[in-house]
Design a protein around this ligand. Structure first.
Ligand SMILES: C[S@@+](CC[C@H](N)C(=O)[O-])C[C@H]1O[C@@H](n2cnc3c(N)ncnc32)[C@H](O)[C@@H]1O
Ligand SMILES: [Zn+2]
Length: 260
C-alpha cells in the first residue's frame, strides 16, 4: 500500500527493500521498518532519550486502560486497513495488530528510534519513517486512522481515509496528570479542549479517567521525561520532583471519534 515519496508510484516489496517502477529503492532496517522520508533534516521526531523514557513507563501498564478503550472502539469499527499516525514505539499499534487479526496495520513516525523499538515488537505491522503531514500512501486507502498524543494534519488524514472512514484522536483530558503538574508548578491550569476538526463529523467522545500509583521514582522520572513538561520546566522546578512522594496521579484521556 506504500507509494514512492519521490514519484508517487506504488512500492513493491523485494526481499528487504521497497522498489517502485522508476527503481527508487528504500531499504528496510534490520528491525523491519522502512525509511520513506526524503531527508527532512529539521524534522526528526522524538529522540532516543524520550523514546526510552516512554518505553520504560508504558511497559509497566499504566496506560493499559486507554489501550483497552481504544481497542473497544476499533472492534466496533472493524477496519480492514488501519493507520497509526505518530505511532511512537508502537505501544498501541502493536497491541491493535495483535487483537485485530483481520486488519492490516500501518504505523508512521518521524523518529527512527521509535520505529526500531516498534518494529521489533510486532512483525505484522508495516512501519515507515514518514511525516504525518505527507504520508507515503494513496488517497482513500484506509478505513481508520488513529492519532494518539501526536501531531495531526487534518487534510492529510482526510486524504488517506475512505469515505465514511473513522479518525480517532486521543489527547489529554482537562485534568490529565493533575498531581504531577501540581508538584511542578505554583499555579496549575486544566488542559483546554482541542480545536474541532472542520473536514470531519464528530460521532462520539469517550473519556477514560482513572488514577495510578507509580511503582517507584524511576517511573516518575520516566513519566516526567515523556511529557512536554520536560522541555517547559526550569531545572529548579524539576528538582521538586526528587522530593515528591506521589501517592496517586490522575490520568484523563479524551478520545474523539470523527467520521469522514
Ligand atoms: C507523544 S508521542 C506519542 C507516540 C504514540 N502515539 C504513543 O502515544 O505512545 C508523539 C510522536 O509523534 C512523533 N512525531 C512528531 N512529529 C511528527 C510528524 N510530523 N510525523 C510523524 N510523527 C511525528 C514523535 O516522534 C513521537 O513519536
Ligand atoms: Zn519512485
Amino acid at each position: 500500500m506504500f507509494r514512492c515519496p519521490k514519484c508517487n508510484e506504488p512500492l513493491h516489496r523485494h526481499g528487504m527493500s521497497y522498489i517502485c517502477a522508476y527503481h527508487h529503492c528504500y531499504d528496510c532496517a534490520k528491525s523491519g521498518y522502512v525509511n520513506l522520508t526524503l531527508r527532512q533534516k529539521k524534522q526528526h521526531g522524538d529522540d532516543a532519550m524520550m523514546i526510552q523514557a516512554r518505553t520504560v513507563f508504558l511497559s509497566n501498564g499504566y496506560y493499559a486502560s486507554l489501550q483497552k478503550a481504544l481497542l473497544r472502539e476499533l472492534r466496533l469499527l472493524n477496519p480492514q486497513v488501519l493507520i497509526d499516525g505518530g505511532c511512537g514505539q508502537g505501544y498501541y499499534t502493536n497491541a491493535l495488530a495483535d487483537h485485530l487479526p483481520n486488519c492490516e496495520v500501518y504505523g508512521f513516525d518521524l523518529s527512527k528510534y521509535a520505529l526500531k523499538t516498534a518494529a521489533k515488537g510486532n512483525a505484522r505491522v508495516h512501519y515507515a519513517v514518514a511525516s504525518v503531514a505527507q504520508l507515503p500512501l494513496f488517497d482513500a486507502c484506509a478505513d481508520c486512522v488513529v492519532s494518539i498524543f501526536a501531531p495531526l494534519y487534518e487534510q492529510e488524514m482526510h486524504r488517506v481515509l475512505k469515505d465514511g472512514g473513522a479518525m480517532i484522536r486521543i489527547g489529554p483530558g482537562p485534568r490529565h496528570l493533575w498531581e504531577l503538574k501540581q508538584a511542578l508548578y505554583d499555579k496549575v491550569y486544566e488542559n483546554t479542549e482541542p480545536a474541532p476538526l472542520s473536514l470531519f463529523t464528530l460521532r462520539n467522545v469517550v473519556t477514560v479517567d482513572y488514577s495510578i500509583t507509580l511503582n517507584d521514582h524511576k517511573d516518575l522520572e520516566a513519566l516526567f521525561s515523556m511529557t512536554p513538561y520536560v522541555y517547559r520546566t526550569s531545572r529548579i522546578k524539576a528538582e521538586r520532583l526528587k522530593e515528591w512522594q506521589a501517592d496517586s496521579i490522575q490520568l484523563q484521556f479524551r478520545m474523539e471519534i470523527w467520521q469522514k
